[in-house]
Design a protein around this ligand. Sequence first.
Ligand code: IPE
Ligand code: IPE
Ligand code: MG
Length: 246
Amino acid sequence: MPRHVAVIMDGNGRWAQRRNLPRIEGHREGAESVRDIVRAARQVGLEALTLYAFSSQNWARPPDEVAALMDLLRDYLVSERDEILENEIRLRAIGDIERLPVHVLEPLHELMSASRPNGAMALTLALSYGGRESIAQAARQAAAKVAAGDLAEGQLDADTLGAHMPTAELPPLDLVVRTSGEQRMSNFLLWEAAYAEFYFTDVPWPEFRRQELYAALQDFSGRERRFGRTGGQIGPRAAAGDGRDG
Ligand code: IPE
Ligand code: IPE
Ligand code: MG
C-alpha cells in the first residue's frame, strides 16, 4: 500500500463535451468523483491524499469557467465539512491560496483550522498551485534564513530545501495518478515526485470512482521501487532500511 497518493484530476471538460454538455457539467460530475475517492481513500487507510484541483496556470481559463470552478470548490467545502470532521480527516491546502476569492477562502480557512487536530488522513487540495512556484517559494524562504544568518549557505542541501516545501509534513509521495489519457505533470508535485510511481489511465475524472482507485493501488503493489539501488539490494531478504530519502 502506498502511504501518499496524489491525483491529477483531468478530463472533466472533455467528458462533458463528448455528451454535448457545457464543460462545467464535467466539473460538477468531477466533484462527485472527489467525494467518492476521498471516502474510499479514507476507508482503505491511505495516510495522505493530495488532489490537484486548480493550477496556477488554470487562472488563464475563461473567466466564467474559473468562476464556476470556484463555486464548486466552495460547495464542496461546505457540503463535506461535517463528514471530513467526523472521519478525522485533516484538510490542508497547498498553493497560492490568497488568490482565491473570499467565498472560497473563508470556508477553506475555517475547515483547515477545525480539522487541524485530526490524524486519520491528510487531505491536501492543490489550489492555485504550481510545482515550480512552490519550489521558488521554498527557495525564497531558505534564502531569507541565509540572509538573516540563521542558515549556512553550505547547509542548503536537498533535505534542507525539502523541509521548506509546503508538503514537508506529509509522508513521501508514493504514487501519482493522472486520469484522461494525458501523460504529463502539468506543473504538479515536481519536487515531491522525484521517486514517485506514475499511473496513467484513459478514464476521465468524472468516471474515476473507487474501483478505479483500487485498480491503481493494485497496480502500485506490483511495482519494484529501487530508489537507485539494484533489485538484489531491495528484495525481500534485503529489507534493512527502505532507501527513502524523503
Ligand atoms: C480537470 O479537467 C479540471 C481542472 C483542470 C480544473 P479539465 O477541465 O482540464 O478537462 P479537460 O482536460 O479540458 O478535458
Ligand atoms: C492539470 O490539468 C491541472 C488540474 C488537474 C487541476 P490541466 O488540464 O490544466 O493540464 P494541461 O493544461 O492539459 O497540461
Ligand atoms: Mg485538462
